[in-house]
Design a protein around this ligand. Structure first.
Ligand code: AGP
Length: 613
């Protein structure tokens, strides 16, 4: 998610905007910029890198004036660079915009605007917004009406703030869909706009939260809120009591919990602009996957570390099942020591949230050395794993602050599913109806995640029951076997409880000797093709006195009657079921660690990105 700050009033906007952006640094970003109205013109300073770089830039080449707007960007379309950084000026230089979200129909809009003779200066989807506003201004509309028309034209979830040198008495902002918030802060003869409360708390605690599909015209005197259709809204003014640090986490105690709950948004975003539901097709333009390449690939080698590797294990099931393409999986730290069998028809697919994990990068280098095609699925745009790949898929989850990866685990599950469908189509191994059905199932993903999140009260009760255990087994089969590994890793890394993920079918070959009343067993038993096998697994664990926690499809009375604790998840297409089965396990690990009073966001001995081998 990007950070946004705006100011309109008698003071110089520059320091207010820069300080506000500083308060939003926790959100993570890779470029920053601001624009102020200076002597009747719009002055912009922006660059890739951190805020200190921008502050230096402003120090070397000062700008001052008001109103002003600023932005910290987490790149989704277009690598972090000065020309892709916000704010974006239109062709006239009289209108400027900052934006949070993804313009899902930006390709079509850019084509239409280019056909009208508009020149684009960046690779961003955001630039289509400012050119569209200028397009409507040129028809004689004022800024408010031109902005309204633009807001109605663009698809997706957005927070948008824009201003014009020709109407310096206002800033126009809007919230479309469930994008990160747009907050209007009310002062005395001056007013503020921000994507998050911490940016303006030092100035005011009186705030208006824009709801989805609302816009506001903010002047020195106040804010007029209305629906996009122009219907006035009597917006409630809230008095914020949060302290700035608490405000950064919103209503959550830790970033990890916040990010677990952001998964409805992050899954929506990872799908954004990539799924053509009407024609049942997937588009992954940054992957540079031609039909020729798709047809000549003979093997995909997935390589990653930790949680990302478990996402890769799910990817193996998906790609082999849907695209009928052989997939090998090797963890990054082992890859190059096994002299992998690779040729020019092999794809090495790296999965990495940070895109900077040394073991994963080393595996990519080995793949390159052996002539493989390199792909990556990354969250950090501009990271090494993105830059060295021949093609990539961005997770588009926004920054993940908690060391324990959550939303950057479920997003690649969906990215791998989309990749499998695209490969299947280009390799001609799937008929149209099957492809349409697989694509249609993606529509349910955000809602399935939302319903899985609703089990939190039940999960919290289970956490209280397990909070003092010393060991724990996680069992799964088939596509949910990797979720057993991932659930165990979550518990290990933030609660320091020894936990082990295991293929359920392997238990009878030795590990079942471990089970007794002191060894709780978490069983993943959703209604998937391995359901019956998991039923007998639960019976075996119970027969040995084990305490069983079952993640099962809601309404499953059979499992409910057998398990000691039941966590119900919504029924999901089995190839997407890992998205719903992992969420309760993320919450279980979180609540156990929180109950134990541990540092959930910064667990001992761990780093968010392991950039050493
Ligand atoms: C997951 O919760 C851990 N933080 C860790 O296993 C992580 O997934 C691994 O280090 C890989 O990181 P990456 O995705 O940034 O490459």
């Amino acid at each position: 998610m990007c950070g946004i700050v705006g100011y309109i009033g008698p003071r110089d906007a520059t320091p207010i905007v820069l300080n506000g952006l500083k308060r939003l640094e926790y959100r993570g970003y890779d470029s920053a910029g601001l624009a102020v109205l200076q002597n009747g013109s719009i002055a912009v300073r922006r660059d890739a890198g951190k805020l200190d770089r921008l502050i230096d830039l402003v120090g070397q080449s000062p700008i001052s004036g008001a109103p002003g707007i600023g932005h910290t960007r987490w790149a989704t379309h277009g690598a972090p660079s000065a020309r892709n950084a916000h704010p974006h000026l239109g062709s006239t230089g009289r209108v400027v915009v900052v934006h949070n979200g993804i313009v899902e129909n930006f390709l079509e809009l850019r084509d239409e605007l280019t056909a009208e003779g508009v020149n684009f200066n960046s690779e961003t989807d955001t630039e289509t917004i400012v050119h569209l506003v200028e397009h409507y201004l040129a028809t004689g509309l004022n800024l408010t009406e031109a902005a309204r028309k633009t807001f109605l034209d663009i698809q997706g979830a957005h927070g948008i703030v824009l201003m014009s040198a020709d109407e310096p008495d206002k800033i126009v902002c809007a919230r479309l869909g469930n994008a990160g918030g747009v907050v209007v802060g009310l002062g005395e003869g001056e007013n503020y706009i921000a994507s998050d409360i911490p940016a303006i708390l030092e100035h005011t605690r009186q705030v208006i939260f824009l709801e989805s599909h609302q816009m506001a015209v903010v002047t020195r005197e106040g804010a007029r809120v209305e629906s996009l259709e122009g219907k006035p809204v009597q917006a409630e003014v809230h008095s914020v009591s949060w302290d700035p640090v608490a405000a950064e986490k919103g209503e959550f105690r830790h970033f990890m919990q916040k990010e677990i709950h952001e998964q409805v948004r992050s899954l929506t975003d990872t799908l954004a602009g990539r799924v053509d539901f009407e024609n049942g097709r997937i588009r992954l333009p940054e992957l540079n996957l031609s039909p020729e390449l798709a047809q000549r690939i003979t093997k995909i080698f997935i390589t990653a570390c930790g949680t990302a590797a478990y996402a890769g294990m799910v990817g193996k099931y998906l790609i082999e099942k849907i695209a009928r393409l052989p997939v090998e999986l090797e963890i990054g730290s082992e890859f190059r020591y096994r002299d992998p069998i690779i040729d020019e028809n092999t794809v090495v697919l790296a999965i990495s949230q940070s895109g900077e994990t040394a073991d994963t990068l080393a595996a990519m280098e080995e793949g390159r050395r052996k002539g493989a095609v390199l792909w990556s699925i990354v969250n950090a745009i501009g990271s090494q794993a993105m830059r060295i790949a021949d093609g990539y898929i961005s997770m588009q989850t926004g920054p993940e602050i908690g060391v324990a990866s959550t939303k950057a685990f479920t997003a690649p599950l969906v990215d791998l599913y989309m990749l499998a469908v695209l490969l299947a189509e280009l390799r001609g191994v799937i008929d149209e109806q099957t492809r349409r059905n697989l694509v249609a199932d993606l529509r349910f993903v955000p809602d399935l995640a939302s319903r899985a999140l609703n089990t939190e009260p039940i999960v919290e009760k289970v956490a209280w029951a397990l909070k003092d255990v010393r060991d724990c087994l996680y069992l799964g089969r088939g596509i949910n076997m990797p979720i057993a590994y991932e659930g165990a890793l979550k518990l290990k890394e933030i609660s320091y409880i020894h936990a082990e993920g295991y293929p359920a079918g392997e238990m009878k070959h030795g590990p079942i000797a471990l089970i007794d009343r002191d060894m709780p067993v978490v069983c993943l038993a959703p209604r998937d093709p391995w359901y019956e096998k998991m039923i007998s697994q639960i019976q075996q664990a119970k027969a040995r006195g084990g305490t069983v926690v079952a993640v099962a499809t809601e309404g499953d009375e059979l499992v409910g009657g057998m398990a000691d604790h039941i966590i119900p998840v919504p029924e999901a297409p089995w190839m997407l079921s890992p998205v719903v089965t992992v969420i309760p396990l993320q919450m279980l690990a979180y609540h156990i660690a929180a109950i134990r009073g541990l540092d959930v966001d910064q667990p001992r001995n761990l780093a968010k990105s392991v950039t050493v081998e």
